[in-house]
Design a protein around this ligand. Sequence first.
Ligand SMILES: NC(=O)c1ccc[n+]([C@@H]2O[C@H](COP(=O)([O-])OP(=O)(O)OC[C@H]3O[C@@H](n4cnc5c(N)ncnc54)[C@H](OP(=O)(O)O)[C@@H]3O)[C@@H](O)[C@H]2O)c1
Length: 255
Amino acid sequence: MKNYFDFKNSNVLILGASSGFGRVYSETFYDLGANVISLARNHSKLKKLKSDCKKKYTGGTIDIFKCDVNNEKQVNLFIKKIKKKYKNLNVVIYCCGCNVRQLFLDINLKEYDNIMKTNYFSAFNILKKLYPLLKNSKYSRVINLTSIFSTRTMQKRTAYSASKAALLMLTKSLALEWCGKNFTVNSISPGPFLTEINLPVLKNKKEYKKMCEKIPLKRFGNTDEIITPMLFLASSNSSYVNGADIIVDGGWKIL
Ligand SMILES: NC(=O)c1ccc[n+]([C@@H]2O[C@H](COP(=O)([O-])OP(=O)(O)OC[C@H]3O[C@@H](n4cnc5c(N)ncnc54)[C@H](OP(=O)(O)O)[C@@H]3O)[C@@H](O)[C@H]2O)c1
């Protein structure tokens, strides 16, 4: 049977790879034989990711890059380095994200600015710079991690929701402008998962219970449960899926 999820010799760049989804995606693509490029700010976590990959799987290859996506100088240096080492990229996954849960009147402009930059603007900026590496590949996939808060919201999520709505529309706009020649752009919108970004909620039992009540499955997702939607979108065989947004939320958005 044809292997629809063969990533051998595919170059897969994961931005925001030191924890949560990006870490899980780095391990998964490595296990599936890809040449993985993992980027984040925390170098010791990236080094641990690399050594875990080598210990656990026979895998492909993995390169790690310490880079703050909001720092233009670091971004340009990173782009220069990968252009030198990799002639092309097949899959780019934008997982960088942060959140500050504050009421609109309490959130300050510095916090707002950091959320908008990390969750949206830096994707805009970096994808522009990565286009030359994507455009001539045998197949190209861009997959952005948006959120169910890109299309709905709740209290204390003004900045986060606005940033994710912007990222969702960036995804759809690029799906129009860049599609063709086995080049697609899509997104995944998760509901709440058990990752570091949610630590403030997970540490607050009352808040955690309140959020679980909103979810038909009555629980947060595990990172294992976000892998297959990504493999589906990243596969070279998913060439007619473009501008789609896969919701992985335990049913939250039904209500
Ligand atoms: N978990 C959820 O419930 C959920 C729900 C909906 C959407 N999402 C989205 O999914 C994505 C991944 O989230 P996650 O749950 O995996 O959270 P996470 O564990 O906190 O991971 C976020 C990643 O982004 C990186 N990052 C943050 N700021 C960065 C910067 N300035 N430069 C470079 N890397 C940066 C972090 O690495 P460093 O700190 O090492 O830089 C980390 O690797 C995010 O966009 C998030 O908004 C998550």
